[in-house]
Ligand binder design. Structure first.
Ligand code: ATP
Ligand code: MG
Length: 466
């Protein structure tokens, strides 16, 4: 059995893990489950005298009966040594330095075994660790802030140390292409058999080191249909607020992986129940009343549609997700703006859009190539209401028409009434022939739609009990 020892003091806890070797006949993972380029990278590193393994998600997913999609490689070669083995290699990352080996559109990520941040730790294994810096260099390679968060993680170590630094037990399995065995350091196989998300080490310490591990726990539980044990679940709820310490730039990709991987609905519900929606989307959370509210149903309906699209291999964009998550906060802000000064609805929407996206970017940095389409989807909602004249036909050729129409349909589905009628009109209009379009336009009442009444915006208190 794998051994997990830890010192009593949580803060100086040092894990030592021993591997259990699972021979090829005892599991289903094969070298052919790896992408050909991953195999090339592994074989090249081994040929140059280094140790190299496939690690993480690809083994976990395969053992759970899913096709591995993303392949991570780990080695005892330092990033510079890895670079020396490949022509198509680039070193990236400051917080966590690693090598990207590029083969056309496929990038294989190669990391060096990570070691412990405590200087006194000596490697137990007879394997030489990649580097063991003296304390002067230490500060430049590893850094923890006062909250215990790792802001730099470039201390290299042995495979045992590397395993202990991984997040969950099912992610600390290493596949050896030479004999197709799996090195299982923390009974990952047991976690897979019992379908449990189990943290390596003390969850308080591990979440403090890197709060992103909390949303990874939610992601794996939701995506892989696994359970989060009660104690771990409680620990996430208690530490959820630490998410606000994560740099917004790191969260965009993480949140995409969370909500755009085909199990968005269950992931969202798990985020809410673990108090994680507040630090990620505070503006949305403040508006969610109960699960029956239109605001909540709007999100669920979008995630259902998105899950269906992903599972049918249709295209999706994060812009649609952010447009939906921030629509009601934006609408409320626009109404406040109109109430404060006598500006047009369009101007109010423009100002509110900028405002809301700016506030959200303090938590999750949305790249411009996605925030601009969000603004377009929103501003087109007004234009879709004004159907008189030739404008309708022009609108059909707008590059964001499709997204804006889908968004209107989503609003119509949730709110019903005039909005649903309007969305249905557009459903028909866009596919109708010219003469039908002509008669549809003529049948419209000959006036511009009423401006929404200015009403005093309600002041809402944030609710955290959805
Ligand atoms: P996915 O299928 O989403 O790629 P993954 O587990 O492979 O899942 P990656 O982000 O590719 O996730 O990370 C690869 C491996 O690196 C993980 O399996 C885990 O062992 C380790 N890892 C990643 N992020 C962390 C983290 N924040 N803390 C500790 N270990 C991590
Ligand atoms: Mg991976």
């Amino acid at each position: 059995m794998s051994a997990q020892h830890s010192a009593n003091d949580k803060n100086t806890m040092i894990m030592r893990l021993e591997p259990v070797v699972i021979p090829r006949h005892a599991h289903s993972m094969r070298s052919t489950d790896l992408s050909p380029n991953t195999l090339k990278v592994l074989r090249q590193l081994i040929a140059k005298g280094y140790k190299a393994y496939a690690v993480g998600g690809c083994i976990r997913d395969k053992l759970l009966g899913q096709a591995p999609k993303d392949f991570d490689v780990v080695t005892n070669a330092t990033p510079e040594q890895i670079k020396g083995c490949f022509r198509n290699c680039r070193l990236i990352g400051r917080r966590f330095r690693l090598a990207h080996i590029t083969f056309g559109r496929e990038i294989i990520e190669v990391a060096t075994f990570r070691g412990h941040h405590t200087k006194e730790v000596e490697p137990k294994s007879d394997e030489k660790s990649a580097t063991k810096p003296k304390s002067k260099e230490f500060e430049q390679l590893a850094k923890q802030n006062e909250a215990g968060q790792l802001v730099r993680d470039n201390i290299f170590g042995t495979i045992e140390e590397d395993a202990a630094r991984r997040d969950f037990t099912f992610n600390a399995m290493y596949f050896d292409v030479q004999d197709e065995s799996i090195l299982d350091f923390a009974d990952g196989l047991g976690a897979i058999a019992s379908r449990q998300v189990q943290m390596i080490g003390d969850s308080e310490v591990r979440f403090r080191e890197d709060p992103v591990r909390m949303i990874r726990a939610i992601r794996f539980a939701s995506k892989l249909n696994m359970k989060i044990p009660a104690q771990l679940s409680a620990s996430i709820k208690e530490n959820a607020h630490l998410m606000t310490n994560v740099p917004p730039a790191r969260l965009f990709e993480e949140v995409n992986k969370l909500l755009l991987s085909g199990t968005g609905v269950i992931t969202f519900e798990n985020l809410v129940s673990h108090n994680l929606l507040t630090p990620l989307f505070p503006l949305l959370m403040a508006l969610l009343k109960d699960v029956k509210s239109k605001e909540y149903q709007f999100i669920i309906q979008m995630l259902k549609n998105t899950d269906n699209r992903i599972n049918n291999n249709q295209r999706i964009t994060p812009a649609f997700l952010y447009a939906t998550f921030l629509w009601y906060p934006m609408e409320e802000r626009a109404q406040e703006r109109m109430f404060e000064s006598s500006m047009t609805l369009n101007d109010a929407i423009n100002l509110a859009s900028a405002d809301i996206l700016f506030q959200q970017s303090r938590r999750i940095m949305i790249p411009k190539r996605f925030s601009l389409p969000v603004r377009e989807i929103w501003s087109l909602q007004q234009r879709l209401q004004k159907r008189q004249g030739r404008r309708c036909l022009q609108l059909l050729t707008h590059p964001k028409f499709r997204a804006a129409y889908d968004f209107l349909l989503l609003r119509g589905t949730v709110e019903g009434g005039d909005l649903l009628e309007l969305a249905q009109w557009w459903t028909e209009f866009q596919t109708a022939n010219e003469s039908t379009q002509e008669s549809m336009l003529q049948a419209l009442p000959n006036k511009t739609p009423k401006r929404r009444n200015k009403r005093k915006p309600k002041t809402r208190k944030p609710r955290h009990d959805v």
